[in-house]
Each structure stands twice: as structure tokens, then as C-alpha cells.
Design a protein around this ligand. Structure first.
Ligand code: SF4
Length: 239
């Protein structure tokens, strides 16, 4: 049986909470990230040369102020707050990122990847020098390395890139533009294998299987909480 490809973003969603994959497959989760995420990704990808990072970022910020509302469905107050915050961070961003530019440019932005063989697809934020998959984050990194969810998403992109280019992708990186920082990490085979196992579970969920409510899921900040509570009480009525 031929399954539709599982997106790497679904793998990320599964790692936040498997039930989110279920609600997303019903089209009940918001489509876009926060204004800050959208803005930071666009700013990070606006740097095209190694000179005058501050000037490049300031110019990009002015342009994005006009362009983002035309492209994305963002709340105006959220966007204004994100623009203001980013404006205050530009100097430190430029100072931090200057050390990492060899790992960031030249690059291909928002690369669409697909593999029928792997049953996976995804849009990679940046294909960085040395065929390095690179994802852009607005949050804070852990004390060391990167978060497990990012590690597994990088493993998924590495599988896709490796298959497309017929190469072995051994390194990936996570960019934290507002902190002016890049974390580069090895991609483990065990993580690649885990991505394939999660792919199979995602297929089942998309096929209509509501997963159990996992322990320690981030319910307090979850957009699906009301729906999820309803499903929970319905399920407990029947079992
Ligand atoms: S409310 Fe909790 S269990 Fe339900 S989808 Fe959200 S994070 Fe998962």
C-alpha cells in the first residue's frame, strides 16, 4: 500500500505530543508559527554576505515590516511586538553571527525535499555549506547541544538529503539568530532509525488512530486543549 509522505514537521509535532498529529490531520491546528518565528527565520535568511551584518539586518527588517503582513496571516499586534523586539536585538545578533558566517553562507533557503523510498518529505530552512541541514529556532537552546526534538528533525532532513544527493550526511546544525549563535551537532544513525519508527506511528495516527494522552505533554500551552479534553472524556465513556 502506498502511503502519503510523512512531513518532517509531523515528526516534530509528534515529539511535542502525538495527539497534536491527530488534531493537525483533521485540519484543526493553526497553520503558521508565531510572528517572532516567522520574522526571525526571514531575518536569518536575509544575510547574503559576510560584511556589514548589522546593515544587512536593518535593511531586511524595514523590508519585512512591509512584506510579512502581505505573505503571512499574522496578528498585527504580535508582528509589531516581534519587530520591536528584533530591532533591539540586531546589534547583538550581528556581533554573534559574524563568527558563524562560514557555516551559514552560501546557502539554499527553504529547500523542498521528498523521498518516495523513505516515505518522508519536508522543507528545510537552510541547506548550509558542506551539505549541512540547518534549522532556525527562536527559543533558547539547552545548556549543551540541542533539544532532542531538533536532533530528530535534523536526522530526518539528513535522511532526505542523503537520499537525494546520494551522500552520507553526518552533521546538522540549529541556528538561534536572536542569540547570534549556531550549534553544530553530529547526526546519529540511531536517531535516523528512530525517525523511521516515528514515521510509521504518524501514518497510523493520520489513518485515524487517536493516540493515548502521554505523560508530561505540554497541555498548559496547547492550542488543542479543548478538543483534546473532549476526546478524552468521550473515550473514557466508551472504555
Ligand atoms: S492538550 Fe495535551 S495531550 Fe492534548 S494534544 Fe495538547 S499537549 Fe497533547
Amino acid at each position: 500500500m502506498m502511503y502519503p509522505a510523512v512531513r518532517i514537521s509531523d515528526i516534530g509535532l509528534y515529539l511535542l505530543c502525538p495527539r497534536l498529529v491527530y488534531f493537525d490531520s483533521l485540519g484543526k491546528l493553526p497553520r503558521f508559527g508565531s510572528a517572532k518565528q516567522v520574522l526571525m527565520r526571514s531575518l536569518a535568511l536575509s544575510l547574503l554576505q559576510k560584511d556589514d551584518l548589522e546593515g544587512q539586518l536593518k535593511e531586511a527588517l524595514q523590508r519585512l515590516r512591509v512584506e510579512l503582513p502581505l505573505v503571512y496571516d499574522l496578528k498585527d499586534d504580535e508582528l509589531q511586538a516581534a519587530l520591536k523586539e528584533a530591532d533591539g536585538e540586531i546589534v547583538s545578533m550581528a556581533r554573534g553571527l559574524i563568527c558563524w558566517m562560514d557555516q551559514l553562507i552560501p546557502f539554499e533557503a527553504e529547500v523542498e525535499l521528498y523521498s518516495e523510498k523513505l516515505g518522508l518529505s519536508g522543507r528545510l530552512d537552510r541547506l548550509a555549506p558542506g551539505d549541512t541541514p540547518s534549522i532556525i529556532r527562536t527559543g533558547r537552546p539547552p545548556e549543551n547541544g540541542i533539544w532532542k526534538r531538533d536532533r530528530l528533525m535534523l536526522a530526518g532532513y539528513s535522511l532526505l538529503l542523503g537520499e537525494k544527493e546520494n551522500i552520507k550526511v553526518d552533521w546538522g546544525q540549529v541556528e538561534y539568530p536572536s542569540l547570534g549563535m549556531v550549534r553544530r551537532v553530529p547526526v546519529r544513525s540511531t536517531d535516523k532509525a528512530r525517525v523511521l519508527r516515528i514515521r510509521d506511528r504518524v501514518r497510523l495516527i493520520k489513518g485515524g488512530q487517536l493516540p493515548d494522552r502521554p505523560e508530561g505533554s505540554p497541555c498548559q500551552s496547547c492550542h488543542a486543549q479543548t478538543m483534546c479534553d473532549m476526546k478524552h472524556s468521550l473515550a473514557s465513556k466508551f472504555f
